[in-house]
Each structure stands twice: as structure tokens, then as C-alpha cells.
Design a protein around this ligand. Structure first.
Ligand SMILES: Cc1cc2nc3c(=O)[nH]c(=O)nc-3n(C[C@H](O)[C@H](O)[C@H](O)COP(=O)(O)OP(=O)(O)OC[C@H]3O[C@@H](n4cnc5c(N)ncnc54)[C@H](O)[C@@H]3O)c2cc1C
Length: 327
């Protein structure tokens, strides 16, 4: 049985940063990834541009060359693949960790077709796999989605977009600019003011001009194959919006079940993991957390720019403990 020094779960930008740091110290490590390298980013809207400038999402001191100040999704995908190759990172793709249990001095990680062992574990699983559902009838119909790819499939159809933050605003604008009749439904009275500053006025102007219909202070009551029933919260009045496609851009959340099964203490309604703020070690000694999973359900708090910085203190702590135990 092979016992790795370290297993990193997740090959997102922050998991990769941990792998680069582990390789630097010659640790015997493995990155286990359920999809392929930067699987979350691969599933982002195809034409999406990062809000970060290129240098802020670089890892391993490798330059990210991008055409504009802000890199595109494609540029980032190519960059992270080059970075993984450059450092010859040891990645096992298409393997999902289902369970982490203590075994001897370390841990056993159960996947569908294999079991792995490691002395230390870093959980860098992000949040993009699990959408925050809104719990209404019809949410699972085939024309309803929590993800958005590209607009061309939807031209000359009617779409309802639910939400008022970055993703919902971008989806509404992209659909509108590709000849889709868009209605936006948002539970609050205006768009999220913390969204990217250059997209909010754009959509507000489309709404003012009647080019996108907006239903603020409203919630979805049910979805059928032909329409979305929406309730105006202050008046309880309902309205049926015709819809060929429905995009529920209501956010995502980390895999709380996996963390709880592992024994990680999660605090408050946002399930924030209890971590040592210096080392990112959890209450389960030997299990660390890195990247956006550290923010629990507050998914806007930790992103690539600050999540990639977890790698150095985590690996430093692993090395310190190793050196001490060798003394
Ligand atoms: C549309 C959009 C735009 C964004 N723009 C920016 C930006 O401009 N700048 C910025 O800094 N951040 C941005 N973010 C946020 C940023 O992309 C995430 O915070 C970032 O991906 C975090 O990296 P990560 O490595 O922690 O997690 P992720 O990139 O989500 O990687 C986690 C990985 O773990 C894998 N995984 C999950 N569960 C398991 C399992 N059980 N077993 C094996 N593998 C598993 C997933 O497949 C995934 O590849 C954006 C997010 C979105 C949605």
C-alpha cells in the first residue's frame, strides 16, 4: 500500500498552487480531481472574462499572458494546463473522493474505483459543483439550468433569468445581445451593487429602455414547461412569464456533506470551516483546507486571488511538523 506524504483534493487554481508548493519541497504528493485540470473554470460561461487582472490569478510565478488586462476563460484554461505541465504535477483526473477517514497515523481516501492513503490531506474542492437550489416545483425540468454555457442555442427564444448578482447580470446581457427575449427575476429591489462595476449600468440601461424586462422584489413560485410563475413579494400578486429556457443563477455552495462526514467543524449558517487562521489546518489534525472552500457558503469572500495564497502557509506547516517529528 502506497502512503503519500500528502493528497490534495481538487485541481482548481488553489489545489494546483498547493501541488506546486508540495513539489518544491519534494513531498510525495498526489492531486485527485473529479474532472480534469481547473474543471470549475472549464464549466464557466464560454465567453466569460475574469474580473481579476492576469497577474492576480497567476500561480507558481509563471506569467499569464492575456490579450486584455483581464484574461478570458480560454486564456486561463490554457495557462493552468501549461502551469501543471511545467511543474509536472502529479494529478489523477476523473476520480472523485467520496469519503475521508482516519487510518493509522494518516488518512484513507475512498473513491469509486480506488482507495488512497496519505499522511496529510488538503481539501481544495471549491464550491462550483453544487448549485444553491430554490426549492420550487419544476426546478428539475430539462429546460431549467443552474449553469450557463453560451447564448447561441437560445437565439429567438424567451428566457427567464433568476438572480441579481454577477452571473445573472452577465447571462441576461449575453442572451439579450444574441436576440433572446429576456425577463430577469430578482428577490431584492435592485441589482447587486457589489457586482462588477461595468456590467450593472449596462443592464440597468437595458431595463430602463424596456429591452430586458425586470421583476424586482419578486420570487419564483413554480416552473412549468411553458412559463415561470412569479410572485411580487410586497403585494403577493402573481404573474406568468413565458419561458422556453430558465437560468437559475442563484449561486453555488461547497460540499458540506463531505466536510461533515470527515468531521470538519462547520460554523454558523454559512458553514464556515473552523480552521487555524495561520496554517489552515482544520479541527481534524492533518487535514487542511485551501481555496474558496475555506469561505463556506460565503463564496464571494475567497477567490483565486486570495485562495492561492493558502498554499505556502499550509505546506510550511506540513514541513515544520515533519521536521519536528524527525528530530
Ligand atoms: C463566473 C465566475 C467568475 C469568476 N471570476 C473570478 C475572478 O475574476 N477572479 C478570481 O480570483 N476569482 C474568480 N471567480 C472565483 C474563482 O473562480 C473560484 O473562487 C476559484 O475557482 C477557486 O479555486 P479553487 O481551486 O479553490 O476551487 P475550484 O476552482 O472550484 O476547484 C475545485 C476543484 O475540485 C474538484 N473537486 C470538487 N470535489 C471533488 C471531489 N470530491 N473529489 C475530487 N475533486 C473534487 C472540482 O472538480 C474542481 O476542479 C469566479 C467565479 C465564477 C463562478
Amino acid at each position: 500500500m502506497h502512503n503519500y506524504d500528502l493528497i490534495i483534493i481538487g485541481a482548481g487554481p488553489c489545489g494546483l498552487a498547493c501541488g506546486i508548493e508540495a513539489a518544491h519541497y519534494d513531498l510525495d504528493y498526489l492531486i485527485i480531481e473529479k474532472g480534469n485540470i481547473t474543471e470549475s473554470i472549464r464549466r464557466y460561461p464560454h465567453d466569460m472574462k475574469f474580473f481579476s487582472t492576469a497577474e492576480n490569478i497567476e500561480i507558481g510565478k509563471l506569467p499569464l499572458i492575456s490579450q486584455d488586462i483581464r484574461p478570458s476563460r480560454t486564456e486561463a484554461l490554457k495557462y493552468y494546463r501549461r502551469a501543471a505541465n511545467h511543474y509536472n504535477l502529479n494529478i489523477r483526473p476523473f476520480t472523485t473522493v467520496q469519503e475521508i477517514t482516519k487510518a493509522g497515523q494518516g488518512f484513507q481516501l475512498k473513491c469509486e474505483e480506488a482507495v488512497f492513503h496519505a499522511r496529510k490531506v488538503i481539501i481544495a474542492t471549491g464550491y462550483y459543483d453544487i448549485p444553491k437550489t430554490i426549492g420550487v416545483e419544476g426546478e428539475d425540468l430539462p429546460h431549467v439550468s443552474h449553469y450557463y454555457d453560451e447564448p447561441y442555442r437560445y437565439t429567438n427564444t424567451r428566457a427567464v433569468v433568476v438572480g441579481g448578482a454577477n452571473s445573472a447580470i452577465e447571462v441576461a446581457l449575453d442572451l439579450y445581445r444574441n436576440q433572446v427575449e429576456v425577463s430577469l427575476v430578482h428577490q431584492f429591489e435592485s441589482l447587486d451593487k457589489t457586482a462588477k462595476y461595468w456590467i450593472v449600468p449596462d443592464l440597468e440601461n437595458r431595463i430602463k429602455n424596456g429591452e430586458v424586462k425586470a421583476f424586482f422584489s419578486s420570487r419564483v413560485k413554480r416552473i412549468t414547461k411553458d412559463f415561470v410563475e412569479v410572485e411580487h413579494i410586497p403585494t403577493n400578486r402573481t404573474k406568468k412569464l413565458s419561458a422556453d429556457f430558465v437560468f437559475l443563477m442563484t449561486g453555488y455552495r461547497p460540499d458540506v456533506e463531505l466536510l461533515q462526514k470527515t468531521g470538519i467543524q462547520l460554523n454558523g449558517p454559512a458553514y464556515i470551516p473552523a480552521l487555524n487562521p495561520q496554517t489552515y489546518e482544520s479541527n481534524v489534525a492533518g487535514i487542511y483546507m485551501a481555496g474558496s472552500v475555506v469561505g463556506g457558503e460565503e463564496t464571494a469572500k475567497i477567490f483565486i486571488e486570495n485562495g492561492k495564497l493558502h498554499a505556502k502557509p499550509i505546506i510550511a506547516d506540513i514541513m515544520n511538523k515533519r521536521n519536528r517529528s524527525n528530530v
